[in-house]
Design a protein around this ligand. Structure first.
Ligand code: IMP
Ligand code: MG
Length: 188
């Protein structure tokens, strides 16, 4: 299937190189410690799978699923936990893995929530960030790419659950984006 992409923002090789970079940094910073990667479903799944396998330290994995009330492309800041962690995180070195920081409201909630469980440390690794959209300050230690204010899909990121499996980060054609929002509007 050829995806209706207007522009490729981050290509496959660039993604792989950045994942390698981030993994090297993380491996250095956590030397001698076990890391618990907490992936935010579903967008972070591909990034987390690639990152986890390149980190040269003992790594455990867990996942959370959250939904933020709001439209398909705008988050409201009200976050609901759909799936909580399986593991206790008290005393552990937790690294949240997220696909993208947009307004920052989802991560702001997650940080507060996870901090209350008393991890030994708590940091964030986000593949993408859109600084111009930020509505709250987020201390993100590891960032892949800063991008402009465009809605992107691929490498885990979706529009209404479509296009996650593209192996690059791209921007949809306006026609395709509009058609999906129209069609799925009632489900979002
Ligand atoms: P925030 O709470 O506004 O920071 O929203 C973060 C979440 O919104 C991300 O985890 C994504 O699921 C979603 N999101 C924000 N921007 C994009 C985008 O450009 N493409 C796909 N999903 C996005
Ligand atoms: Mg997400």
């Amino acid at each position: 299937m050829k995806a209706p992409i207007a522009e490729v923002l981050v290509g496959r090789e660039e993604l792989a190189a950045k994942v390698e970079d981030l993994a090297a940094q993380i491996s250095r910073d956590y030397e001698g410690k076990e890391i618990l990667l907490v992936g935010v479903l579903k967008g972070a799944v591909f990034f987390m799978a690639d990152l986890a396998r390149r980190i040269d330290a003992p790594v455990a994995l867990d996942f959370m699923a959250v939904s933020s009330y709001g439209s398909s492309t705008d988050s409201s800041g009200v976050v609901r936990i759909l799936k909580d962690l399986d593991l206790e995180i008290e005393g552990r070195h937790v690294l949240i893995v997220e696909d993208i920081i947009d307004s920052g409201l989802t991560l702001s909630y997650l940080l507060k929530n996870l901090r209350s469980r008393k991890p030994a440390s708590l940091e964030i690794c986000a593949l993408l960030t859109k600084p111009s959209r930020r509505r709250t300050e987020i201390p993100c230690k590891y960032v892949g790419f800063e991008i402009e204010d465009k809605f992107v899909v691929g490498y885990g990121l979706d529009l209404a659950d479509h296009f996650r499996t593209l192996d690059f980060i791209g921007v949809l054609t306006p026609e395709a984006a509009a058609a999906i929002v129209d069609h799925e509007g009632s489900l979002l």
